[in-house]
Design a protein around this ligand. Sequence first.
Ligand code: AMP
Ligand code: MG
Length: 470
Amino acid sequence: MSITAPFDNSYARLPRSFYTRQNPVPVRAPQLIAYNESLGALLGLSAATEAERAAVFSGVDLPEGAAPLAQLYAGHQFGSYNPQLGDGRALLLGEVIGSDGRRYDIQLKGSGPTPYSRMGDGRAWLGPVLREYVVSEAMHALGIPTTRALAATLTGEDVIRETVLPGAVLTRVAASHLRVGTFQVFAHRRQIDELRQLTDYAIARHYPQADGPLGLLRAVCAAQAELIAGWMSVGFIHGVMNTDNSAISGETIDYGPCAFIDDYHADTVFSSIDRAGRYAYSNQPHIAVWNMAQLATSLLQQLDDPQAAVAEATQIVHAMPGQTEAAWLRRMGAKIGLTGPTPEDVPLIEGLLTLMQDQGADFTNTFDALARSDARDQFVDRDAFDAWAEGWRARLATEQDPQATMQAASPRVIPRNHRIEEMIQAAVAADYAPFHRLMAALTDPFDTQDTGLMRAPTKDERVAATFCGT
Ligand code: AMP
Ligand code: MG
């Protein structure tokens, strides 16, 4: 008896040109590292033993009703178009309708080669699997739209990267895995029937009120604007905002060399492959617009008279910076205690960020101190903070309960890079205590008492670069 799930696989009912049917390649010695009980319950997965879970979530056993497939997509990577990407190390097991009435994809990542693997081995190693598990669940707890982590398993097999590393599989759950790149692949190939079917599918699945391709564009732009503002408000840097890593649902997807800012600087980049800083912290709102322009270009191809719609599509994409700015203002305003911030409050927010940048103040800890203790201690030049705080206190005079506003908007704990690295190193040595400690604190990010995980890294602890999750 394996795990049962109420599968209803709508993507598998789309034409074969959308994917390739493919089973996971079984692994030698599956072992369960982590399982997300509450998410499993939401998805309607049956109770199961640890061994059964290890077998299913490493791809050894297929649950009844699963219809595994590798999805086709393309995408712009660092600005250059790659005509074919696709699930090279992942498989969609199937979809279920959760107890909340929403449809979810269940995907294995690291499950073996597919026709889209190109030179890759289709596998993942333990580090990126645990990184994605921790960071995606942390994002969820922070209230930012994201794919989620259902399980992490060891495969009992080695993965060869620069060194020999333990192989692992992540089971990921998403509102869907539709990407900007899924639209691009059909638009660039002039497969207009497929493009239309994909558009209808995306509308039905994510934005049923949307009216046609431009309605879909409008909805995705709004969701992406909200998402990026969420990232900015917690100091998150995605690191690889390629169009194949940009989800139509508006969820954060594909956690690679992502990282949270420690000491604040607007130009922060962690990813070792992002040499030009294309995906730097402060560039993320612009890149999201760029990605939506690619979506617009693709969507237009299906219209009988694309030229006639260019003006409207342009107007939709051009509205996005204003939407991101508004969402940013709402979230950042709340972080300094404002319930109804207006554009006139932007200089106050920017003033604090400039102060933080000039003095290397820690992003999370400064806002935590503002909300819960005294932020003055976060600055070397306290007089400069006092000068800013004078205007701030004056502005707060009309707020009912700024402390509560700030506390609800500023987490105390984020998955800091040095803690992630420490957790991965321990896990490679079969010590999962740091993983569990991180998960426990990050599940309750606004109220954690774990001061060890709240502490900013020392100079020696600081992680300078993060690497791609392959
Ligand atoms: P990502 O890093 O998730 O943005 O991946 C970019 C592309 O490379 C996607 O098409 C992945 O499926 C593919 N890819 C990444 N790692 C591997 C791997 N180990 N084996 C096969 N394909 C991979
Ligand atoms: Mg990707």
